[in-house]
Design a protein around this ligand. Structure first.
Ligand SMILES: Cc1ncc(COP(=O)(O)O)c(C=O)c1O
Length: 412
């Protein structure tokens, strides 16, 4: 927890209560993809204040219908039905409940290193943290190894994953299953688990394994949707359409808004079976107004293209730092979702959480907010994800601060 209190935010910049500037390379909690307090978000909030903020869950507002239509127009026809909620955990929870009701089964396959939220079902499939010490998880929750090419979970690959871990994972699932496999839930690029990008063909193989077993495939695109990977949705990049798609963080641009999207067939099936997923803020107009503003900015400012171009510049700068500093073991990711793994030794690849933390602290002292996430149980990967509206000057300034922070911690 940073000891500084933040009083103001604009774009990529935060100011603390003493007026000191901090560059935000985490987009808040990965939500502020169009930058903090974007003028269009402020306008949207004002519009909602003049119109309607909140309604009885059995009512709806034009803006909610409009958001549903806008998303449907961006998505394939099999993802045209939407349910709007507040948080990522809620969207995943609804997706899991839909999958269970639709298939009539209850077993859920997740990935080691995943983060899907803190509600009971979502946390049962969250394996990177918050999993132990809270009593039993939802029965039928199972984990398979995430395809981490830098740290092959089955000690098989080195550097490039050939997806053997997926076969091993499903062999274990099949051995454990009681015959009630409902769904697999996955982040297209695992973010909190160390920015793990699966190899080409991985999701097609996963989809086949799901189909063979009558399971639904759920993509949790909390962080990857709406520009960060240079596309509206990560599933487009990986060439596999999920049965259920969950959006959250980036859709609200900093306000709580999430969506669970699926096909007419699954929606009709669940509806016929009496599916209920009501919350106090289901389909609220205020966040929907903001969600529409986020989609407008994404399109008008061509943020997908921008994420790729600026992401390349950032990655080039990080690769230059890797040349300079032995402790940078691996750099991965694309667009504006990059991971930098800190190691004690490039040969042994032993994670260096201690120096990672010290450099992160030093960055903050120098005015750069960096987020360190876990891999192999140790917080040793910087997840670097500035807003997609970040300027070239801010990227270069951030890289300069990181360079200075590393140098000061390792004593150069
Ligand atoms: C991929 C992913 N899914 C779901 C969530 C949970 O979202 P929320 O905290 O809004 O419930 C997170 C949060 O970090 C996430 O990273």
């Amino acid at each position: 927890m940073t000891p500084r209190l933040i009083a103001r935010a604009r774009g990529t910049v935060l100011w603390d209560t003493e007026g000191r500037e901090i560059l935000d390379f985490t987009s808040g909690q990965m939500c502020a993809t169009i930058g903090h307090n974007h003028p269009r978000i402020r306008e949207a909030i004002r519009r909602a204040c003049d119109g309607v903020l909140h309604l009885y869950s059995g009512m709806t507002a034009p803006v909610v219908v409009e958001l549903s239509r806008r998303l449907a127009a961006m998505l394939p026809p099999t993802l045209s039905k939407s349910l709007f909620l507040s948080t990522g955990g809620e969207a995943n929870e609804a997706a899991l409940r839909m999958a269970k009701m639709s298939t009539g089964r209850h077993e859920v396959v997740g990935f080691t290193g995943s983060w899907h939220g803190m509600t009971a079902g979502a946390v049962s499939s969250t394996y990177v943290a918050a999993h132990q010490g809270y009593g039993p998880h939802v029965p039928g929750s199972m984990a398979i190894p995430a395809p981490n090419a830098y740290r092959c979970p089955i000690r098989h690959c080195q550097g490039t994953c050939d997806a053997t871990c997926l076969d091993v994972g499903f062999d274990m699932v099949d051995a454990q299953s009681c015959g009630a496999l409902a769904a697999a839930i996955v982040e297209p690029v695992q973010s909190c688990g160390g920015v793990i990008v699966p190899p080409e063909g991985y999701f097609a193989k996963l989809k086949r394994k799901c189909e063979e077993r009558g399971m639904l495939l759920i993509f949790d695109e909390a962080q990857t949707a709406l520009g960060r990977l240079g596309a509206n949705f990560a599933f487009e990049v990986f060439g596999v359409v999920p049965d259920i798609l969950c959006l959250s963080k980036t859709l609200g641009g900093g306000l709580p808004l999430s969506a669970t999207l699926t096909s007419d067939a699954i929606e009709e099936d669940c509806h016929a079976k009496g599916f209920v997923h009501v919350t106090s803020h289901v389909s609220d107009p205020l966040p929907a107004e903001v969600g529409l503003a986020v989609l407008d900015v994404l399109e008008e400012d061509d943020l997908n293209r921008r994420a790729l171009a600026i992401g390349d510049r950032l990655k080039t700068g990080l690769l230059a730092l890797q040349q300079k500093y032995e402790l940078i073991g691996d750099i991965r990711g694309f667009g504006l979702l990059l991971g930098v793994e800190i190691v004690k030794d490039r040969h042994t690849r032993e994670p260096d959480a201690e120096r990672g933390r010290a450099i992160t602290r030093r960055c903050m002292e120098l005015g750069l907010s960096m987020n360190i996430v876990s891999v192999a149980g140790l917080a040793s990967v910087w997840r670097i994800a500035p807003p997609l509206t970040v300027s070239v000057e801010e990227i270069d300034r951030g890289l300069g601060i990181l360079d200075d922070a590393i140098a000061s911690v390792i004593g150069n």
